[in-house]
Design a binder for this molecule. Structure first.
Ligand code: FAD
Ligand code: FES
Length: 439
């Protein structure tokens, strides 16, 4: 009954309904007691009337207080992944729309080929997709944040940056991102795993949230800001984004629309190289840094960061230096952070073995590993074995494999959920002198 009362949206109506319910329950109980005891005393009847009035008042107050709880339950229902819609392994999705968002970012709207329902997700989560790319000897698996939080739950949106070859390096441009931009069109079919990831905005919280991104790191922030505007608009949110100029600034109109709908959303856009015609589209010039964040936002906030590894590193260091505790800073990096040689040496000396024998059981190879060989994934690749991978930073779980014998040492904290007796080989190295893996 309490649950039914809690579902009434209008707080006044819920208060009156709760008051009437409690009053009826108290009156009925007292009437039964008077009937059973056959009380003749007038004061017994007076006690009954006062108790009923008191019950009605208490019910009315409870009904009002119960407003927030009811809303919380609504969020829970809304954001909880419905188990019946979660699929196992890969499911085919059709690209139903392809939209250019900026000079280098294009969005792909995906709907299940089987026309079934899709799994709900939490703002900030990602999809892992698999692409059959001509010239590649195995499917290319990559991870992309969900960049929308659609009201109807009818589609997933991925927004992908075309990765060029780094300046000065004579290497291939990004394999998957260029294939998506050039060869994937409306009607193309892409297999995807269910939404996943722990970099999520908890929609039940009221703590101020600061969403900080640069470049394509904007994608999970769009999902977070949209979910918050829809489901928790009381929560103060700062949306701080850095781009080169308006040509490279995706989702400008979408964010301004959220800001108009949500008075608790504060937007700050910083361009590093604005063009004269960009006037009015940005708030300040330079790179997003910790000083800007300190200047704009409330001290007791939670901070969500997404972007390039150097960007995340500089902001986290800046926040730490200004006294923000680690447990209030959450980040997702789209690439592997660069480590200095001294960092690599210290890590190896403290965490792992100096030398080890690695047996890759399924491939039938027994190999000698040493610290300069890097992670188990890098070592396997250098020895012409190609285990599946996607993020290479311990986030997506694609590289997970079973350990048959021995131990591993992680080079960094994994974020993916790891099955018992398994390892993420993209961020680990041998932790015992002999290691046998199911690769
Ligand atoms: C959780 C998560 C979420 C993500 N979300 C998004 C998102 O929303 N949008 C998005 O665009 N991306 C996102 N990414 C990044 C995405 O997964 C891919 O890493 C990205 O698209 C690049 O993949 P690619 O196959 O195009 O490039 P790759 O082929 O993997 O190459 C990457 C870069 O390395 C360069 N390169 C190639 N060979 C060499 C070499 N020998 N030496 C040095 N450099 C070389 C390439 O030119 C390219 O610039 C996300 C990543 C993670 C982990
Ligand atoms: S490749 Fe993503 S967790 Fe290892």
């Amino acid at each position: 009954m309490l649950e039914s009362l809690g579902r009434i949206n209008n707080s006044l109506v819920r208060s009156v309904a709760t008051a009437a319910t409690v009053c009826s329950v108290v009156t009925l109980s007292i009437a039964i007691v008077i009937g059973v005891t056959n009380a003749k005393d007038k004061s017994a009847y007076q006690f009954g009337v006062y108790s009923s009035l008191f019950g009605a008042a208490a019910g009315a107050v409870f009904g009002l207080i119960y407003t927030s709880k009811a809303s919380e339950n609504k969020f829970t229902l809304d954001i909880k992944a419905s188990d019946s819609n979660v699929w196992q392994d890969w499911r085919n999705f059709v690209v139903v729309r392809k939209v250019k968002e900026s000079e280098e970012i294009t969005s792909f709207y995906l709907q299940p080929e089987d026309k079934g329902e899709i799994t709900n997700f939490q703002p900030g989560q990602f999809l892992t997709i698999k692409l059959d790319i001509p010239g590649q000897n195995k499917p290319v698996i990559r991870t992309y944040s969900l960049s929308d939080y659609p009201e109807t739950g009818e589609y997933y949106r991925l927004s992908i940056k075309r990765e060029l070859a780094p300046n000065g390096l004579d290497v291939m441009p990004g394999i998957a991102s260029n294939f998506m931009h050039d060869r994937i069109h409306e009607g193309s079919v892409i297999p995807a795993k269910p939404p996943n990831g722990k970099f999520v905005l908890d929609l039940h919280k009221s703590t101020p949230a600061v969403l900080i991104s640069n470049g394509v790191g904007i994608t999970p922030m769009i999902s977070m800001v949209k979910a918050c505007t829809r489901l928790n608009p009381q929560r103060p949110v700062w949306f701080i984004h850095g781009a080169r100029d308006s040509q490279f600034h995706a989702f400008q109109d979408e964010v301004m629309e959220f800001a108009q709908q949500n008075p608790n959303l504060n937007v700050h856009i910083r361009y590093s190289r604005p063009r004269p015609e960009d006037t009015g589209k940005y708030h300040s010039v330079g790179y997003v840094d910790a000083a800007l964040i300190q200047e704009l936002c409330s001290q007791d906030a939670e901070y969500f960061l997404c972007g390039s590894p150097p960007f995340i590193q500089s902001i986290t260091e800046g926040l730490k230096a200004s006294g923000v505790p680690n447990h209030r800073v959450f980040f997702e990096s789209f690439g592997k952070p660069m480590k200095s040689e001294s960092e690599k040496q210290t890590q190896t000396a403290t965490q792992g073995e100096e030398f080890a024998e690695i047996v890759l059981a399924k491939s039938g190879k027994t190999l000698s590993w040493q610290p300069s060989d890097g992670t188990i994934l890098e070592f396997a690749e250098a020895n012409d074995i190609d285990p599946p991978y996607s993020c290479r930073v311990g986030v997506c779980g694609t590289c997970m494999c079973k350990i048959r014998e021995g131990e591993v040492a992680y080079q960094e904290e994994p974020s993916a959920t790891i099955d018992e007796g398994s390892v993420l080989i993209c961020i680990s190295q041998p932790g015992s002198s002999r290691l046998v893996l199911d690769i």
